[in-house]
Design a protein around this ligand. Structure first.
Ligand SMILES: Cc1cc2nc3c(=O)[nH]c(=O)nc-3n(C[C@H](O)[C@H](O)[C@H](O)COP(=O)(O)O)c2cc1C
Ligand code: SF4
Ligand code: SF4
Length: 301
């Protein structure tokens, strides 16, 4: 039913509205309409994308119940829309290329405020249908991270024991396809070494990082896996410019997703899937060159 306003959508302040119609033309869900000299909401399909808010220069649009401003506390932030006039393509490429996966961390701790700001930036990533259903679990403190590494190690000790047995590898094919065979081929030896080294106090999993961020969510959103991955990349990028370093830890993602004990340990809802685990800390390595890359294929149709 057409109506004056809906609870979940934008609120229009008629005293500020100039009837320019920009909100009407930008809305992807045709929620807003300029009609009879006022802006009305004509359906309840609002996806809370806030595009209408972002084009309304008089500030007539707000979302008092469902949306908030993005705020940071560990650094000064001044909101500004940037364009090609502000940064050259070369600068942008260097901004992105300067992030690297770091596997050597100093003993310095990471402030909770910095982690909060990283998460605040993570949620500005795109998400399918603007679902924003990500959840974050932070393990901050070297002792806690080491304890998590030991929990993950227990998982891999079991997997390696299974993979080491040629009969189990063959018998697993009808149930899990070639997964165990591929694991044996690609990871068994590396994991075996990491397990051995962990008994000597060496952390091959999180590389000695003092902090770990786990990104997870339920699977009901449109594209939960991609959403979590984009959020993770935001964290990796901003961390670099906060003087921190990151490494995505796929081994930990795999372990937590396959182990209810690990989910329980991290207090992650059993039905959630983990999309990224990020090791975070101050870097103890300095790169003087950007990365090299493999050759690739691109075809223009
Ligand atoms: C999904 C994913 C999982 C990864 N898992 C690990 C991991 O478990 N351990 C690790 O040291 N690096 C891991 N990495 C980091 C990659 O090895 C790294 O991104 C790649 O070598 C390119 O290097 P760069 O990030 O410095 O450009 C992972 C990266 C991605 C994208
Ligand atoms: S963009 Fe703002 S000022 Fe323009 S019609 Fe919409 S609410 Fe009114
Ligand atoms: S938030 Fe997005 S979907 Fe909702 S009314 Fe504004 S532009 Fe339309």
């Amino acid at each position: 039913m057409p109506g004056e306003s809906i609870v979940t959508g934008p609120q229009i302040d008629p005293s500020k509205c100039t009837l320019c119609g920009r909100c009407d033309s930008v809305c992807p869900k045709d929620v807003l309409l300029v009609k009879d000299k006022k802006v009305v909401t004509v359906n309840d399909d609002c996806m809370l994308c806030s595009h209408c808010y972002a084009v309304c220069s008089p500030g007539a649009i707000s979302f008092p119940w469902f949306l908030k401003q993005v705020k940071f506390s560990s650094f000064k932030y001044r909101e500004k829309i940037l364009s090609s006039k502000d940064h050259s393509p070369s600068e942008i490429v260097n901004i992105f290329r300067s992030r690297r996966s770091v596997r050597k961390f100093s003993k310095d701790t990471v402030d909770d405020d910095c982690v909060r700001d990283l998460v605040e930036f993570a949620v500005t990533a795109p998400s399918g249908s603007n679902c924003q259903e990500w959840e974050f679990t932070v393990v901050n403190g070297r002792d806690k991270v080491w304890d998590l590494a030991l929990q993950v190690k227990s998982f891999f000790v079991k997997i390696n024991r299974l993979a080491a047995n040629p009969l189990v590898r063959i018998l697993s094919i009808p149930f899990t396809g070639r997964k165990l065979l591929n694991y044996y081929r690609d990871h068994y030896e590396t994991v075996r070494r990491a397990i051995r080294e962990s008994s000597m106090g060496i952390d091959r999993l999180f590389h000695g990082a003092p902090c770990v961020i786990v990104i997870h969510s339920g699977m009901n959103g449109s594209t939960p896996v991609e959403d979590g991955t984009y959020a993770a990349y935001n964290i990796c990028m901003l961390a670099h410019y906060m003087g921190l370093a990151t490494c995505l830890i796929g081994f930990a993602v795999e372990a937590v997703n396959r182990s209810d004990e690990l989910k329980d340990y991290l207090d992650i809802y059993e039905k959630n899937r983990v999309h990224a685990v990020i090791a975070l800390g101050k870097p103890a390595v300095k790169f003087s060159k950007h990365s090299l890359r493999k050759d690739y294929t691109v075809e223009f149709m």
